[in-house]
Design a protein around this ligand. Structure first.
Ligand code: ADP
Ligand code: GLC
Length: 499
């Protein structure tokens, strides 16, 4: 099985969040399951050096935006081949994959990601200059979602295309004059194609033209078919429900394992988590300037600071946490007003509240190890990875019961405490009062160390390894292998849309 995976970020070459983690870990698991996997990403500044990539082929000019060269390299510390799209005018600049250093989106993201999708489609054709053609093209999120539209427009033999939705709130909608500029046919600019309220929607192109759709948890697969969380795409997704499935993400325990974690003050094996966590908690309190107090519950947050992540709810419960004598450590970047508001709280209560604005991989690991609880009050959460990592570090997650959070945390209730199944805490309504009540419940249990340790021991044993998810993706790929897909299903997808 030959699979080409493509995304706008792949850790460690580029990462701003969970997408980068997933498109790094899934190919490793597919490779272990004997699939022949290749990766494709833009050659952002520094990526080619990290992958030791060298020119391998030219794809020619992309509609007047310049010559596109494909560099070939290896994902660091693996055998996996990665192709990087070298188009310096579009990708070689300081800043992140989507935005400049001030957080403003690059104004040419429309073209930058059209090129990514176009290159993925070109490399999926029999005439690929790299001499390797995939059976399956697996694209992720809107930045790559035009690829199946290009393949459809060009016609001829094409691989099966799987489109994974990591977050349906991000859609890549752009003015329609882009259609001819990036070489797509006007005939696709209809309600049955990629037109969306008068704009060209990259996300919708993926939803319409990919053969199979997946998202990153079973609960989210249902939620995006509802008006509340479908962000306008619920009608189309309901229409394609037979082609849509939810495959839970995994955790990459090669990167997130407290026994091997080089970022920690004191790495600890699962069997010794009580001592290990105490040492890391003390180190974290010292590093962040919090009072050295082993008994104060230390609540950690590693998150984009945004409305999606429910960070305003967290702001609402800060007075209670301070009153309770808890400590809170927040690592994140995002909306300016939230950054400022959290910083203001920490200035007032420096011994109880530490805030670090920025993206710091090492600190994320240290928070997972030193914290007692991880807070994720997300309004919606397609999957969420941090709550899975937290469990392996014996840090108990407190989560809003939505999307992948609902699927990966077993709420501590009377029953689950009795049976020993509990791994964390959930609350049902995304309100500050429900969140507060849930945290109070957790802190009450924290004051009973025997009970608390029992939940920790259960959490640390959870296996969110990628092998299971990779097997599900392989099943899906097999069902799509050229020749095995029923012709009728192909006809249906060509016309099926209802926006
Ligand atoms: P999302 O992709 O929606 O941001 P996930 O839970 O899927 O959320 O993934 C978040 C990933 O990003 C985790 O690996 C987490 O450790 C990391 N992360 C988020 N914010 C930061 C930050 N400020 N510094 C370091 N890592 C972060
Ligand atoms: C998105 C989602 C997050 C998910 C990640 C990886 O960023 O917001 O919930 O875990 O993608 O699939």
């Amino acid at each position: 099985m030959k699979v080409l995976l493509t995304a706008a970020e792949i850790y460690p070459l580029a990462k701003t969040g969970g997408l980068g983690d997933v498109v790094s870990a899934l190919p490793k698991a597919l490779h272990e399951a004997k699939a022949d996997v290749r990766l494709l990403m833009p050659a952002y500044r520094g990526a080619a050096a990290m992958a030791e990539a060298k020119p391998a082929a030219s794809l020619g000019d992309f509609h007047g935006f310049g010559e596109t060269v494909i560099l070939e390299g290896r994902m660091p510390a693996t055998d996996l081949k990665v192709w990087l799209i070298d188009s310096p005018g579009l990708y070689d600049r300081d800043g992140g994959p989507y935005a400049d250093a001030t957080g403003a989106d690059w104004v040419d993201n429309d073209v930058r990601f059209a090129l990514l999708a176009w290159a993925a489609a070109r490399l999926s054709q029999a005439e690929s200059p790299l001499g390797w053609t995939p059976d399956i093209l697996h694209v992720h999120d809107w930045q790559t979602a035009l690829a199946p539209a290009y393949l459809r427009a060009w016609g001829g033999p094409a691989p099966g295309v799987v489109f994974t939705i990591h977050n349906i709130a991000f859609q890549g909608n752009f003015p329609s004059d882009l259609v001819p500029r990036i070489g797509l046919p006007w005939s696709f600019f209809t309600m049955d194609g990629f037109e969306y309220w008068g704009q060209l929607s990259y996300l919708k192109a993926g939803l319409v033209y990919a053969d199979k759709l997946t998202t990153v948890s079973p609960t989210y697969a249902h939620e995006i078919q509802t008006p509340a969380l479908g962000f306008g795409m619920q009608g189309l997704l309901t229409h394609r429900a037979d082609d849509l499935s939810g495959i839970l993400n995994g955790a990459d325990y090669g990167v997130w394992d407290p026994a091997q974690d080089k970022h920690l003050a004191a790495p600890y094996p699962a069997t010794d988590f009580v001592r290990g966590k105490a040492a890391n908690k003390a180190a974290l309190q010292a590093q962040l300037g919090l009072t050295a107090n082993p008994d104060a519950p230390l609540l950690v947050v590693i998150s984009r600071l945004s409305d999606q992540k429910g960070m305003d709810l967290l702001l609402g419960v800060m007075p209670m946490l301070i009153e309770e004598g808890a400590q809170v450590a927040i690592l994140g970047t995002g909306d300016r007003w939230l950054e400022d508001a959290f910083q203001a709280v920490s200035v007032q209560h420096p011994q109880q509240v530490a805030v670090r604005i920025g993206y710091v991989e090492e600190l994320a690991h240290r928070l997972q190890a030193g914290g007692d609880m991880l807070l994720m009050p997300s309004r919606f959460e397609p999957c969420g990875l941090s709550q899975m990592y937290a469990q392996r570090y014996a840090t108990l997650p407190i989560v809003h019961s939505t999307g992948g959070l609902a699927d990966t945390v077993v709420n501590a209730s009377y029953d689950t405490l009795l049976t020993g199944a509990a791994t964390g805490f959930q609350f049902d309504q995304p309100t500050a009062s429900a969140f507060q009540w849930c945290i109070e419940r957790a802190i009450a249990l924290y004051r009973h160390p025997d009970q608390w340790r029992r939940i920790q021991a259960r959490a640390i044993q959870q296996d969110f390894g990628w092998h299971r998810s990779a097997a599900s993706y392989l099943d899906l790929y097999r069902a799509l292998r050229p020749g095995s897909a029923p012709a009728k299903a192909k006809g249906k997808r060509a016309t099926a849309v209802e926006a």
